[in-house]
Design a protein around this ligand. Structure first.
Ligand code: HSE
Length: 434
């Protein structure tokens, strides 16, 4: 057997703690599978007291993660600190510059500095593994990079944030408000330290940026993602979606279009019968449309200590075996700049919920504004709330359109607003085709 692979692990929170336990539990199997013992030689964490149940005396303790990253006693630096900049970035850069392979779960770091870090790794001939950065335990990075190497991907999309999927699932199942469900998600420990990263769609966007690069062989371009969160989704939308045969999911979608690569994160109506609509709670799912495999969906735990540690271990095992794929599947010089398709050119169906004054001509005017732009309606539903008197207030009107463009929908709604029949800004949710 070769010499042990020596790890330095920085960050002993949920994932770091689970990683140490998993490496202990699977020590013999991993040594047999990789031909090397995998040994954690040193750890670093903000709060030493936190690792009591892991017998910290077993490991060298580094108070400074950057010093740990530079230590001659380690071969691989495992970064589980988090954050796009600061100490996580400094430590990862140091490790790569020192010629050590890096394994990280840090999606924000990858989304912002992935190219720069891949450049450092390539220059030093070391590995940069980030399987755990997207969709927790789902092996989506290796699937796109390695297993689908013979495919041309046309679209990759998925539920990439467990907190949002939990909130939307609970709102539908229990008819609870958005705020109540967010509080539950925080109590259960699903949400990021700052939950606005989850509900605002930014966590999904970080993950999508990584998937886009892997799927399309492009440079990471997180700033070219149109991002909308789920904060404005109401029970009225959840119920209307159910009645019309849809379910609302926060999706990250990257798609090759005639106008370029579309990258978008937003609440999305998906057909209730689709595979992705069945994914409830904190579970994640990613679907890939590609020419050879056609459609592939991976479903599994998108967060949680053990599941994320499983992905970290997969990258560590690759290093132990001496495998070193280019981080984004291609040598850096072969990655194409991402040509961004503007959201205005997006084509698809739309759900539009309007609060309409109950006056004669209102529905006709709305339909006319759509027809003027050749927007075809799949359905139009007006519901008076029980007990309401005619003309007493605005009533909800829900439209579902056939495929049209974002630009035309924007123009039509501007005209509808100008007509003066609308009591509140419209709620617009894009529909994703299967
Ligand atoms: N807050 C994230 C989620 C954790 O809810 O999915 C995993 O990135």
């Amino acid at each position: 057997m070769s010499s042990p692979l020596r790890l330095g692990v920085a960050g002993l929170g949920t994932v770091g703690g689970a990683l140490l336990k998993l490496l202990d539990r699977q020590a013999a199997a991993l040594a047999a599978r990789t031909g090397r013992e995998i040994a954690v030689v040193a750890v670093s964490a903000q709060n030493r007291g936190k690792v009591r149940d892991l017998d910290p005396a077993r490991f060298d303790w580094a108070s400074d993660p950057v010093a740990l990253a530079a230590s001659p006693d380690i071969d691989v630096f495992v970064e589980l600190i988090g954050g796009a900049d600061g100490v996580a970035r400094a430590a990862v850069e140091t490790a790569l510059q020192e010629g050590k392979s890096v394994v990280t779960a840090n999606k924000a770091l990858l989304a912002k500095h992935g190219l720069h870090l891949a450049r450092l790794a390539e220059a030093k001939g070391v590995a940069l593994g980030f399987e755990a950065s997207v969709a927790g335990g789902i092996p989506i990075v290796k699937t796109l990079r390695d297993s689908l190497a013979g495919n041309r991907v046309s679209r990759v999309y998925g539920i990439l944030n467990g907190t949002c999927n939990y909130i939307l699932s609970r709102m539908e199942a229990e008819q609870l408000s958005f705020g109540q469900c967010l509080a539950e998600a925080q109590k259960l420990g699903y949400a990021e330290a700052d939950p606005s990263f989850d509900i605002g769609g930014y966590d999904t966007a970080h993950k999508l940026a990584i998937l886009t690069a892997l799927a399309f062989g492009t440079e990471i371009a997180a700033d070219a993602i149109a991002v909308e969160g789920i904060e404005h989704i109401t029970l009225a939308d959840i119920s209307a979606a159910a009645e019309l045969g849809y379910r609302i999911k926060l999706l990250g979608v990257a798609e090759r279009t005639a106008a370029g690569i579309e990258q978008r994160v937003h609440p999305t109506m998906v057909p209730r019968s689709s595979a992705i609509a069945q994914v409830m709670g904190v579970t994640n799912a990613v679907t890939i449309d590609a020419d050879a495999v056609q459609e592939l969906t991976l479903v599994g735990p998108g967060a949680g200590g053990a599941a994320t540690a499983s992905a970290v271990v997969a990258d560590i095992a690759d290093v132990a075996r001496g495998l070193k794929a280019p981080p984004f599947g291609l040598p850096l010089k072969s990655l194409a700049p991402l040509h961004r398709a503007p959201l205005q050119t997006h084509e698809g169906g739309y759900y539009i919920r309007l609060s309409v004054y109950d006056r004669s001509g209102a529905a006709a005017a709305i339909a006319a504004r759509m027809a003027e732009r050749a927007i075809s309606l799949e359905s139009i539903v007006q519901r008076r709330r029980p007990g309401e008197l005619k003309g007493a207030s605005a009533v909800p009107v829900v439209l579902i359109t056939h495929a049209t463009s974002e630009k035309l929908i924007g123009e039509a709604l501007k005209a509808v607003l100008a007509d003066g029949f609308i009591a509140e800004p419209p709620q617009v949710i894009r529909i994703e085709r299967e």
